[in-house]
Design a protein around this ligand. Structure first.
Ligand SMILES: [Zn+2]
Length: 274
């Protein structure tokens, strides 16, 4: 099962407030794990009993892709193909909105036009191909129409249960399609990509919802913001650091995901209190 490593704001505040002797005191804080949800807001009781609320600073397609990889680890190959396909489609949406943003179009207007194609993935694909061509003067990498598309359709529409090998192969294709495009998008439009990320990421909507509930209840809440390090990652991509643990193709990612499911705790390094 895919679990996110979260953090409890109160635990961290408690730890920071503690007096320390050493310059760097590596102190353990229990890492809360939660199952993935759709809105990016995670409410839980931490191991020390604090009622915690954590928001993840990610965008939906990053989590969908990771969810697809976790489904392979769990042996749910049909579900993996379905999540990976959704991750790719939601990436296309992210790409389209980012490139439109480069023409200084308001998000409000982008949303209005998007609504007209929001239920038609073929139209979205068409927009992606054309905007990609305009941005990079070449065709984007897509699923192979003779093998990968029939495979996906057989899984999603006809109930076919794929093998692990077929699923990993499909996952590698989807990963390449998204990542190659995303790397180009990052290097060509570094500002617009973050504007789009912040506008459509979980954080903005979560912040609005939390502020509304604080206003209604009159109770201020300590909220923790955590960036989940996903394989496909807009803000903290694995390409930045050659020693990044998220390296490699899907086969390597599966090994890494399994390792990360072993019990771990968060280490907080703090400066000596003067
Ligand atoms: Zn806590």
């Amino acid at each position: 099962m895919m679990l996110l490593d979260l953090a409890c704001a109160d635990c961290i505040i408690e730890q920071v407030d503690k007096e320390g002797e050493k310059t760097f005191d590596g102190t353990s804080i229990p890492t809360p794990f939660e199952q993935v949800n759709n809105n990016g807001i995670y409410e839980f009781t931490c191991l020390k009993g604090h009622k915690a609320k954590t928001v993840i600073d990610n965008v939906h397609f990053e989590i969908l892709f990771e969810y697809g990889l976790n489904a392979i680890v769990d042996g749910y190959y049909r579900e993996s193909v379905s999540s990976l396909t959704s991750a790719m489609e939601r990436y296309f949406e992210f790409f389209i909105k980012t490139t439109l943003r480069t023409s200084k179009i308001d998000f409000e207007l982008i949303n209005k036009s998007w609504k007209k194609i929001s239920n038609q993935s073929e139209r979205q694909l068409g927009a992606y191909i054309m905007l990609y061509l305009q941005a990079f003067r070449e065709e984007p990498l897509l699923l192979n129409p003779n093998s990968e598309i029939p495979f996906r359709n057989k899984v999603i529409h006809k109930g076919y249960i794929p093998t692990k090998e077929e699923t990993i192969k499909f996952a590698n294709s989807v990963m390449k399609i998204i990542e190659e495009s995303l790397l180009k998008l990052k290097s060509k439009y570094p500002n617009e990509i973050f504007e789009t990320f912040d506008h459509y990421g979980y954080k903005k909507k979560a912040k609005e919802d939390i502020e509304k509930s604080e206003k209604e209840s009159g109770i201020e809440q300590s909220i923790m913001l955590v960036n989940i390090m996903t394989t496909i990652d807009v803000k903290n991509g694995r390409e930045k650091n050659p020693k990044d643990g998220r390296k490699g193709k899907v086969e390597e990612r599966i090994i890494n995901i399994k390792e990360r499911r072993e019990p771990r705790s968060l280490i907080l390094l703090k400066d000596k209190t003067k």
